[in-house]
Design a protein around this ligand. Structure first.
Ligand code: FAD
Ligand code: FES
Length: 271
């Protein structure tokens, strides 16, 4: 069993780069894998919502040649980090095929993390593998005596990450939504959001979900933090591949100024 450790202050200026051993990799839902890597330094420093860039090294002469960003979904006392990987492209499929004992190149922890307001209720809205940062956050926050609701939506039941393991990692059951009603409540996970009293609302998932929540936050006047999933080439502010348009009309780099933003900091174009 993975045992959580308490977070330390983030240090986004000096990420750690190293070759990490794969400790375990198993399929946990349709096209979805739970990957554990040996990375004591990243495990010791990662904050909620931060990510790692994972590369494979050029010696294999096989794509992808650029690293890919993945949220730190868990970190354990024994120095492992856990990642929740949905495989659909060349890089994520290679991650799905990894076996214990193989190695990847890691850079991290990177990016601006989620922040919790002391004394508030925490509501996490997760769409698909947007669940990843909240496995880590919800467990820590509950241990720090925050009242946490974890709303988790998928299209269909076969894509839902093991609810028992979610409960083990986060200390409470998720509220599961599926769009076809094949598991949990029927509909979109955003329908489950109720904002009453002092609440910190955090969201991670596909852009249409974040856009819908941002519209609601603007109409109803609550603060919303979102983690955006942009394409990233470097993860450290060099390639400009990850820019999003700020509400002030300036481009922001999702890798260094995000991936977590207040929704009010960004421009949300119509879908
Ligand atoms: C900060 C951050 C954290 C992330 N955390 C996770 C995580 O925990 N688990 C997880 O499964 N994924 C996560 N992602 C997404 C993950 O990085 C992409 O799925 C991955 O880079 C895809 O690489 P690939 O080589 O498999 O796909 P590619 O072969 O590069 O792409 C396949 C197809 O998908 C499209 N595509 C690729 N990436 C994206 C994207 N981000 N948004 C929209 N379309 C895209 C491409 O245009 C292409 O059409 C995260 C992304 C970011 C920015
Ligand atoms: S990923 Fe290269 S600048 Fe953000």
């Amino acid at each position: 069993m993975l045992v959580a450790i308490e977070p330390k202050a983030p240090d986004i200026l000096s990420p750690i780069r190293h070759r990490a051993e794969v400790m375990a990799n198993r399929r946990v839902a349709t096209e979805t894998w739970w990957l554990e890597l040996d990375s004591p330094e990243i495990a010791g420093r990662a904050e909620w919502g931060q990510f790692v860039m994972i590369g494979f090294g050029l010696e294999h002469l096989a794509p992808p040649f650029l690293p890919r960003p993945f949220s730190v979904a868990w970190r354990a006392e024994d120095g492992r980090i856990g990642l929740l990987v949905r495989a659909f492209g060349v890089g994520s499929r290679r991650l799905a095929e990894l076996r214990a004992g193989e190695h990847v190149l890691l850079l991290g922890p990177l990016g601006r993390p989620f922040r919790l307001e002391p004394g508030s209720r925490v509501v996490c809205v997760a769409g698909g593998v947007g669940l990843a940062p909240f496995l880590f956050l919800a467990g820590d926050a509950r241990r720090q005596a925050f009242d946490v609701d974890l709303l988790y939506g998928e299209l269909t039941a076969d894509k839902v990450f093991d609810a028992g393991l979610i409960e083990e990692l986060t200390g409470g059951p998720p509220i599961v939504w599926t769009e076809d009603g094949s598991l949990g409540r029927r509909g979109r996970v955003t329908e489950g959001l109720s904002v009453e009293g002092r609440v910190t609302v955090l969201a991670c998932g596909p852009t249409p979900m974040l856009r819908a929540l941002a519209g609601r936050a603007a109409r109803e006047g609550f603060d919303l933090q979102v983690s955006v999933e942009e394409h990233m080439g470097c993860g450290v502010g060099t390639c400009q591949g990850c820019v999003v348009l700020g509400a002030d009309g300036r481009w922001k780099k999702a890798c260094t100024q995000g991936p977590v933003f207040y929704a009010s900091e960004l421009t949300w174009s119509p879908s």
